[in-house]
Structure formats: C-alpha cells, structure tokens
Ligand binder design. Structure first.
Ligand code: NAD
Length: 251
C-alpha cells in the first residue's frame, strides 16, 4: 500500500464493527469509529494498535447532523476518507402486527437511513479508488420468524449497494455488501439470552453452520478488508455471503 488509507467504521464500539476497526488498524489503516456508545467507542479505540491513528466519534448514524459531522471530523483529522463501512445496526424483533410503528421507523432509521446518510456525506470526500462496504445479513436472502423489519432493512441495503455502485462507479468508488451468518457479538448474545435454554439455542445455531462453528468479528473484518482493497478492484455492486455455508445448507 502506498500512502496510508483511512477507514470510517460505524457501530465500531462493539461486535462486528469493533472487529472491523481492529482488522483495518492491523492492516495499517488510520481508523475512525462512530458509535452512539461514546464510552465504548473510546474504549475500543484505545485498544487498537497505534491509538494515535484512531479517532473515536460519538454519534448516531440515523441523525443527519451526526452523520455529516462524523465524515467531516474524519476528513479533517486524517485528510482523507478511502473506506466507509456501514456496519451500525440494530435488530428489533416482531411480526408486522406486533411491531410498534415507532419500532419499525427506528429499525429503518438506523439500518437503512444511517447507511444512506453516511454515504451521502462520505462520497463527495472520496477519491477514485475508494470503497464502501455495507454490512447486510443472510437475512437479505432468508427469513426467520419475527424479523420483518430487520429483514426489510437488510434486503434494502442490497438494493442501496447496487444503486450506489451504479451511480458512483465512474467516480472510481466501489460499493459492496457483506451478508454475515451468525456472528459471536453482543447482539447475538442478547438474542440467545431471550431463549429459556440458552445453551440449547446456541447448539442449534452452531448445527446450522456446516463448517461447525458460528462466525467471529474477525471473519467479517477479513472480508471487509478484501472488498476495500485493490485486489477487489473489479468487484462492485454485489454481496459476499460469509456464513460458513449456512444458507448453502438451506437454513
Ligand atoms: P452489536 O449490537 O453487537 O454492535 C452494534 C454496535 O452498533 C454497537 O456498538 C452499538 O452501540 C452501535 N450502534 C447501534 N445503533 C447505532 C446508531 N444509531 N449509530 C451508531 N452506532 C450504533 O451488533 P453486531 O452483531 O456487531 O452487528 C453489527 C452489524 O452486523 C449490524 O448491522 C447487524 O445487523 C449485522 N449482522 C450481525 C450478525 C450477527 O450474527 N451478529 C449477523 C448478520 C449481520
């Protein structure tokens, strides 16, 4: 890599986002982390290698002013923005009849509007050779009961990925999505805790993955690094499923 590249990772305080921030920092990137959890954000930033090349930003991706500020702070601090990883996401469960209208709106606001807002402000700052990686989910392809709003956002992210790849390809900006299977994160931990028999639920989840384990944030970081790198210079407008063959097995 010639000059140092800069990545902005949303939802980087915990889980997959923290793994991605670590992966990019280890690969020599300067890294900005945006998260609503300011304390967690600063703690994660302090744990990364070369903390001097890390910027922690407290903010909400679904807020227009926060998204604009995060991009500007990153650009001002590092003088460039080469990679945006739209990772911040929440999962609010329920069927369409169970979900409150406010829950539906919040789900869309964080997972979909957040990616739109961040991209809206990042793209004008990006030079040719830059990349956006949207963290979607296998929920873009298969559904589980009670995931109506979540699945709508993750499918929507694939449409947004295609549209942005088309619209900004000539500017030299590539846009791709990653669709993770079950990944060991606080989000998954909260979901497992909703079962009366947590251990049995985990056993069943692992059994859905032909490779014999669930994923780690590092698995997703490696995929994001690849999609952001020049090795993927002809890859744009598509998605990479990283799920240990779970969807291949029909789960
Ligand atoms: P997590 O809950 O463990 O961590 C998410 C992080 O995002 C937290 O630090 C949280 O504070 C932050 N965040 C939440 N709302 C935010 C907002 N409005 N603005 C800024 N930051 C915000 O979740 P995770 O499991 O690491 O998931 C990360 C992404 O990966 C999400 O988009 C999720 O849908 C997706 N995903 C997760 C899994 C999985 O099994 N864990 C599978 C597929 C996709």
């Amino acid at each position: 890599m010639g000059t140092r590249r800069t990545a902005l990772v949303t939802g980087g305080a915990a889980g997959i986002g923290a793994g991605i921030a670590l992966g990019f920092a280890e690969a020599g990137y300067s890294v900005a982390i945006l998260d609503v959890d300011g304390e967690g954000c600063r703690a994660t930033a302090a744990r990364l290698p070369s903390p001097a090349r890390v910027l922690a930003i407290e903010g909400d991706v679904s807020k227009n002013s926060d998204a604009a500020r995060a991009v500007e702070e990153t650009f001002r601090h590092f003088g460039a923005l080469d990679v945006l990883v739209n990772n911040a996401g929440i999962e609010l469960n329920g069927t369409v009849s169970e979900l409150a209208v406010e829950e539906w709106d919040r789900q869309i606001a964080v997972n979909l509007r957040g990616a739109y807002l961040m991209s809206r402000y990042a793209i004008p700052r990006m030079k040719s050779g830059s990349a956006i990686v949207n963290i979607s989910s296998v929920h873009a392809f298969v559904s589980w009961s009670g995931c109506a709003a979540y699945d709508a956002t993750k499918s929507g992210l694939l449409g947004l990925t295609r549209a942005m790849a088309l619209d900004h390809g000539r500017d030299g900006i590539r846009v791709n999505a990653i669709c993770p299977g079950y990944i060991d994160t606080p989000l998954m931990d909260r979901w497992l805790s909703s079962f009366s028999n947590r251990e049995e639920a985990l056993r069943q989840v692992i059994a859905c993955h032909p490779v014999g384990r669930i994923g780690t944030p590092r698995d997703i970081a490696q995929a994001a690094l690849f999609l952001a790198s020049d090795s993927a210079s002809f890859i744009s407008g598509t998605s990479l499923v990283v799920d240990g063959a779970m969807t291949a097995a029909g789960h």
